[in-house]
Design a protein around this ligand. Structure first.
Ligand SMILES: Cc1cc2nc3c(=O)[nH]c(=O)nc-3n(C[C@H](O)[C@H](O)[C@H](O)COP(=O)(O)O)c2cc1C
Length: 181
């Protein structure tokens, strides 16, 4: 069975939750999975010691977390030498507007290209609106953006749009590919 590393960037926690869901799915398939938050990746966490690597990040103002990009750049050789996958988390992934979804695909493709990485598998997952955790400024901004899109604007609660079945399918595809290799 394979040993897999999952490294993620998160600002409000949803990508961490998705990373743990991917890890659980991999473990259920019999694999060993380590999950690390990108800013905390220790010097002794070497992707070259793993059979596969998944990297995830969330979009804020059109960008992914810098620590994720730094991890990819630092370990570009190890990533190129083994199966790898990228999962992107955003609100636009849940948009009814195809142009919004395409914009996120472009942001993801530019990110991979800019970091000099060509993952075998990529996925775009819808994230969450965590109104109750935001500062008043962030809450007002996200309410405005969501309202403009015809989305949820009740700031007294949080909204989760992640399709957990899609996350499981991505995990099964990635881990299944490792088993076959
Ligand atoms: C300040 C802020 C800016 C955001 N900017 C974008 C954006 O540009 N595009 C988008 O699709 N989603 C955007 N989002 C939505 C996040 O990607 C979404 O909430 C995601 O679940 C965050 O994941 P995290 O909790 O792992 O950080 C933004 C969210 C916040 C709070």
């Amino acid at each position: 069975m394979a040993k897999v590393l999952i490294v993620y960037g998160t600002t409000e926690g949803q990508t961490a939750k998705i990373a743990e869901h991917l890890a659980d799915a991999g473990r259920r398939l019999g694999h060993t999975v380590d999950v690390r938050h990108a800013p905390d990746v220790a010097a002794d966490t070497d992707p070259a010691r793993y059979d596969g690597v998944l990297v995830g990040a969330s979009v804020h103002e059109g960008r992914y977390q810098r620590a994720v990009r730094e991890f990819i750049e630092r370990h570009s050789q190890a990533l190129a030498a083994r199966p790898s996958g990228f999962f992107s988390v955003s609100l636009a992934a849940a948009s009814r507007d195809p142009a919004e979804r395409e914009a996120i695909e472009r942001i993801a493709a530019n990110f991979e290209e800019g970091a000099g990485w060509a993952p075998q598998r990529t996925a775009s997952f819808a994230g969450a609106l965590k109104y109750t955790q935001y500062s008043w400024l962030k809450r007002a901004l996200m309410k405005y953006i969501s309202g403009k899109e015809g989305g949820d604007t009740d700031t007294s609660r949080d909204f989760e749009y992640t399709d957990w079945d899609a996350v499981t399918r991505f995990a099964e595809d990635f881990f299944g590919g490792l088993s076959a290799a």
